[in-house]
Design a protein around this ligand. Structure first.
Ligand code: NDP
Ligand code: OXD
Length: 318
């Protein structure tokens, strides 16, 4: 087995190239973004680092031993038909990504709490009027997905004074946070004023943020109506239901970072929704240098016979 590693990251190619200058000093790096590498023989190579990889990549790597995901979510890798059955997939779990996601979540919760969109509209009309202002402590933020990202966001929201509750597949005991497992979904929703989606995309979470779910959120809380924030995966959300729920008064507003189809088509009606804050899957980008450092550490563990960390459980799908 030669010391070669394949990089197939559909990120900004310049940023990847720059990060590769100092990464993997003991390896020959085969960057698939380089046209000269497109037809390379990839047999005999044990490691691949990928994000939206070419669908024939795994087929071309018969000696693959570990797949490293360029992001925290692995739904796209798991959906590749040629994915080898027994090769471990390591997720990207790193403070750089976690901090970015918590910044996004705290920013969106504060934006809705402090009525930023309403004041922005008033500024356009030169309207000087103070709005009634609840405090963070008057609201419960309910986080669906209490994993690495959900738990960090929860802690940082608590610092801002929000009451935080959490929902996950398996039960959790987290100081200061009321938690609910899969069976407690309706109770959880009934206590939630701002719903934050940080779930991975699996068969069970596909389309989970829909009209029926929005109707179970608490009405009449400190903001009057509930707010929905999603930074997990777009296919977990029925965007048409988000729009309809806002128009019908089931939801007050939303912040959406992810969509069923990405890039979001220019013709999609969600672009024009004043009460939806939209970002282009930008909540928490992967830092290439941090990613490569993580891969180097994991390869060192693997080659020393130690267990890999943050390995995807293929049975549950994340
Ligand atoms: P983790 O695997 O650490 O956490 C996932 C959480 O979701 C866990 O608490 C898990 O429950 C829960 N969960 C999964 N399936 C279900 C289910 N069916 N019912 C209830 N709870 C469920 O993932 P991360 O926190 O690292 O990342 C979460 C997701 O965020 C990623 O998968 C990715 O899709 C998305 N993401 C988006 C980014 C962006 O820029 N928009 C950036 C990075 C990630 P349990 O604890 O019981 O296992
Ligand atoms: C991720 C993402 O999963 O950026 O890391 O979506």
């Amino acid at each position: 087995m030669s010391n070669r590693i394949v990089i197939d990251l559909k990120f900004d190619p310049v940023a990847v190239r720059q990060a590769l200058v100092t990464a993997f000093p003991d390896f020959e790096v085969i960057n698939m973004a380089n046209p000269a590498n497109r037809e390379r023989d990839l047999s005999g190579i044990a490691y691949a680092v990928c994000w939206n990889p070419d669908h024939d990549l795994f087929h071309r790597m018969p000696d693959l031993k570990v797949i490293f995901s360029g992001g925290a979510g692995v739904d796209k890798i798991l959906a590749i038909p040629t994915l080898p059955k027994h090769v471990p997939i390591v997720r990207f779990v790193d403070d750089t990504l976690t901090n970015r996601m918590s910044e996004y979540v705290v920013l969106q919760c504060l934006t809705h709490l402090r009525q930023v969109s309403t004041y922005a509209a008033m500024q356009k009309r030169c309207e000087w009027r103070e709005l009634e202002q609840p405090e963070a402590a008057d609201l419960s933020v309910g986080i669906m997905g209490m994993g690495v990202l959900g738990q960090d966001a929860a802690r940082k929201l608590q610092v801002m004074g929000f009451n935080v509750i959490g929902w996950s597949r398996t039960p959790k005991a987290i100081p200061g946070i009321e938690t609910f497992d899969a069976d407690g979904l309706d109770d959880f929703l009934g206590k939630t004023d701002i719903l934050v989606g940080l779930l991975p995309l699996t068969a069970e979470t596909t389309g989970i943020y829909n009209r029926t779910l929005f109707e179970k959120l608490r009405q009449g809380g400190a903001l009057g109506k509930p707010v929905f924030i999603n930074a997990g995966r777009g296919k977990s959300q029925v965007t048409a239901d988000v729009i309809a729920a806002i128009r019908d008064g089931v939801l007050l507003a939303a912040s959406l970072d992810v969509f069923e189809e990405e890039p979001l088509p220019a013709s999609h009606p969600v672009w024009g929704e004043e009460r939806i804050i939209l970002t282009p899957h930008a909540a928490a980008a992967s830092d290439e240098r941090a990613l490569f450092r993580l891969v180097e550490r994991q390869i060192a563990r693997f080659e020393a016979g130690e267990p890999l960390e943050n390995v995807v459980n293929r049975t549950i799908g994340y």
